[in-house]
Design a protein around this ligand. Structure first.
Ligand code: NAP
Length: 256
């Protein structure tokens, strides 16, 4: 089961896992986009708002009825706003906490019984979470998203310890700058010019496919290998704040 499947990293993950031979159920709110992806890739699609407990209960019942569940890839999430802490929008912060943290907890609670059943028969089950480098390093204007992603990341780390002794892997993938169509656009309230400026001149930001490829690798790794935390960035982004713009180039040798 892959959440966030209607766009960006989740959509790319559905494609990647189908290519690796997985049976995949893609989940997000926009049914039309999910259905188009399902038609193209042979995945299944279930529309669901992950911030709604009743909807998630129904989702998991439908998934359970369809067969054993071996893995959850929790990609759904996002950012709203770049406000300073002192004038942050409570509504935006609430949305970020709901979708990145509470939806993750709700999914884990609901899917663990299904995953345990499958793992008992097949050796292991997998939980993969896409957090962010924003969970690791704060930046001005990032407070709401930093807080939500750090909370999600801590949830994942606690969960791995709680599952110690069970054959269930818990993997965290923390990407830096990924150029997807909607993430920054949504964060900046639909301002395409401002969204384009975030990526302007960066020599090869990560793509959704790059992240999906790492998720696929983590899932296909031998069952006893748990990739706890994979932090990945474009080469042009050496650290959260160090984003090179312009073509990457070899420097002339430094003189003594
Ligand atoms: N892009 C980046 O630079 C970047 C970097 C690091 C981490 N991340 C993280 O990676 C994840 C995916 O990012 P992305 O770039 O692929 O963004 P995206 O294209 O905006 O994808 C977000 C996905 O989440 C789904 N979603 C949002 N709210 C939902 C809800 N209430 N219920 C169900 N699904 C919901 C959206 O689908 P619907 O709107 O159809 O529901 C969409 O499929 C996010 O968790 C993000 O925080 C992104």
């Amino acid at each position: 089961m892959v959440t966030g499947a209607s766009s960006g990293i989740g959509e790319a993950t559905v494609r990647d896992l189908r290519a690796r031979g997985w049976d995949v159920v893609g989940v997000a709110r926009r049914a039309d986009r999910l259905q188009a992806l399902a038609d193209e890739t042979g995945a299944s699609a279930i529309a669901c708002d992950l911030t709604d407990q009743d909807a998630v209960t129904a989702l998991l019942a439908e998934i359970d009825a369809a067969g054993p569940v071996h893995a959850l890839v929790q990609v759904a999430g996002g950012a709203r706003g770049t406000d300073r802490v002192e004038n942050g929008s409570t509504a935006d912060w609430q949305w970020m906490y709901d979708v990145n943290v509470l939806a993750t907890q709700r999914l884990v609670a609901g899917i663990l019984p299904l995953l345990r059943r499958a793992a008992a028969g097949d050796g292991h089950g997998d939980l993969v979470f896409v957090t962010s480098t924003a969970a690791q390093t704060a930046y001005a204007g990032g407070g709401g998203y930093n807080a939500a992603k750090a909370a999600e990341s801590m949830l994942v780390k606690a969960l791995r310890q709680e599952l110690n002794g069970e054959p269930i892997r818990v993997v965290e993938v923390a990407p830096g700058l990924v150029h997807t169509e909607e993430f920054t656009l949504n964060r900046l309230g639909g301002d395409q010019v401002a969204a384009d400026a975030v990526y302007a001149g960066v020599d090869a930001p990560l793509t959704a496919h790059d992240v999906a490829d790492v998720i696929g690798y983590a899932l296909d790794a031998p069952g006893h290998v748990n990739l706890d935390l994979i932090t990945m960035r474009p080469v042009a982004q050496s650290a959260q704040h160090m984003l090179a713009r312009g073509p990457l180039r070899v420097r002339p040798e430094l003189e003594d």
